[in-house]
Design a binder for this molecule. Structure first.
Ligand SMILES: Nc1ncnc2c1ncn2[C@@H]1O[C@H](COP(=O)(O)OP(=O)(O)OP(=O)(O)O)[C@@H](O)[C@H]1O
Length: 267
């Protein structure tokens, strides 16, 4: 693996292809992005534009039949995309965390939520049992689970959807990731809970100087948490820039359409 004197998570020229029947089709191409610690990059675009596959390529979680065929993915200069799987996994370690849309499938239904977080503290950070449990409780408090001490012993089905997503976030934080990748993390939640989770992610990003890569089809949601915005269409980035700039002076016609639809919804 080559080392370069660069920091953060960088993706250069990423292309992802999939086998469909006997054909190989390109799903995303020419993807460039840079994520520094403490920064939040949002990726917005219509369903099927390839947002999720970018996150999966970074996490080395592409489904079978789908391959990253070009480009580089670097973590502090260390190349991950072309490294042998084991070496790349070691380099990623727990420096990257992932949060998905549906919190109910992300948690073990048969394990108390506090223990699921404590387990990460034990195995990833190397804490003993008592410290791991104490720190798991602190994390539940940090993600603002009401009555955290009581809820520590709850099973996932005993919590609301919003509380489950908070537990998922706490468990991701337990591994002390430097970069948190979120794929539609609030789409399954109602609007009020969604706003609370977005504000929580924003607070955690700044308090932990964590990089946030946030994917959603919803422009209003993405712009709320992102300092930089990438707009995708048909597998390519068609617009990019500081969130404020993209929102106020979009150059691509698709971005203007997206903005109009948000304005219509909020009018
Ligand atoms: N396992 C797979 N095999 C073949 N094609 C796939 C596979 N997974 C996704 N795709 C295709 O890749 C394209 C991009 O999918 P992706 O999930 O990244 O889109 P997305 O922008 O995240 O959309 P959504 O918001 O609906 O999740 C879609 O056309 C999808 O059909």
């Amino acid at each position: 693996m080559s080392e370069l004197a660069e920091t953060g998570l960088t993706v250069r020229g990423l292309a992802v292809t999939a086998r469909r029947r006997r054909e190989t089709v390109t799903i995303v191409s020419d993807i460039d992005l840079t994520l520094a610690r403490g920064e939040a990059v949002g990726i917005v675009g219509e369903s099927g534009s390839g947002k999720s596959l970018i996150l999966k390529a970074i996490m080395a979680l592409l489904p079978s039949g789908v391959t990253a065929t070009a480009g580089e993915i670097r973590l502090d200069g260390t190349e991950l995309a072309h490294a042998p799987a084991r070496a790349a996994r070691a380099a990623r370690g727990h420096r990257l965390g992932l949060i998905l849309q549906d919190p109910s499938t992300a948690l073990d239904p048969l394990m108390r939520v506090g223990d699921q977080i404590a387990e990460v503290r034990r195995h990833v950070v190397g804490r003993d049992g008592a410290s791991a449990r104490a720190e798991a409780l602190e994390l539940l408090e940090q993600v603002q689970i009401p009555d955290a001490a009581g809820r520590y012993r709850a099973y996932p089905h005993e919590l609301s959807g919003g509380q489950r997503q908070r537990v998922v976030i706490a468990r991701a934080l337990a591994g002390e990731p430097e970069f948190l990748l979120c794929d539609e993390p609030t789409t399954a939640l109602d609007v009020t809970v969604q706003a609370e989770i977005l504000s929580l992610l924003d607070d955690l990003r700044t308090s932990r100087a964590m990089g946030l890569l946030f994917v959603s089809h919803d422009l209003a949601v993405v712009s709320q948490v992102s300092t930089q915005l990438l707009v995708m269409r048909h597998g390519r980035i068609v617009e990019r820039g500081a969130t404020e700039q993209v929102l106020t002076a979009p150059s691509h016609p698709y971005m203007r359409t997206l903005l109009d639809s948000v304005i219509e919804l909020t009018a």
